[in-house]
Design a protein around this ligand. Sequence first.
Ligand SMILES: [Zn+2]
Length: 332
Amino acid sequence: MHSNSFLKPASRRAMLRDSATLAGSAFLAQLLPASLLRAAVPFPQQQNAPADPVAAFRAQMAANPIHPQTLAENLTLLSGPGGNVVVLNGTDGKIVVDTFVLPAWPKLKESLETIGEAPVKTVINTHWHFDHVDNNASLHAAGATILAHENTKKRMSEAHDLLVLGLHFPPSPADALPEQTFSTTRKMQANGQTLVLEHLPPAHTDTDIIVHFQKANVIHMGDTFFNGIYPYIDASTGGKVSGMIAAADKVLPLANDSTKIIPGHGPLGGKADLVKFRDMLVTVRDRIQKLKSSGKSAQEAVAAKPFADLEEAWGKGFFSGDVFVQILYTAL
Ligand SMILES: [Zn+2]
């Protein structure tokens, strides 16, 4: 199911134009080049639309270099080709959270080898989306066990169409599926660290977990946190904006002023960044709830420009406010 029906062609073109004007931002250029943003919203009138938008997404994301950053003694953040990967290194074997997009595999492999000689023992997926699970099969083939919430396995086993973005995903091959799953929480000890994995009520999807490295004071929130940019909320697999707010409310009491909070997309953050993100979500939810309750269609809501005052601070990442209005209309 595509969202194209939400908007008449003229509005679609206006939305596309608005999105394209964001292309100048350096941050956007790193996250998502303009051509990809256009590919992300499949307008029939669009010139040069890629034949395969998912492949275009993968290729563009994979073009980003990997930036390594030390989080703690044996904990490294790799940022770049489609999100934020965390690597816990040590003699017990590496534990890797998320996996980048498929064409980034040679770069990810090289980065993992640079971190240390230990093989990857466990791969943890924060949720089912392609830019987080794409290299499961390669890591599995290299000897790793894939671990995720049981809904991640379920969602990866099904075909899905992402609303508003119009991206289609067939079921994942068997060798990419998580081999170990859990339903509520899972605790692990490895390489001197304690990891607590916890499933969240439906937020970005119904598959989301947070990964808390307690000793290192690091929390990976997957895509329940986009730092400094409007998030995607995947209503096709249970995502809800109220759940996104609840996810922030769950993590904030676990954090202090030194906690490193890793978003699914955007730069490494802290407690203050997550508070700002949460407050933005409350604001946009309340505004969209009001518009929807008053009987406005998504098209009318976009035309009302309800996020005009937020655009400068939040609208320079994946989505303009116009696109985010549509996403929220699916995810109240
Ligand atoms: Zn996601």
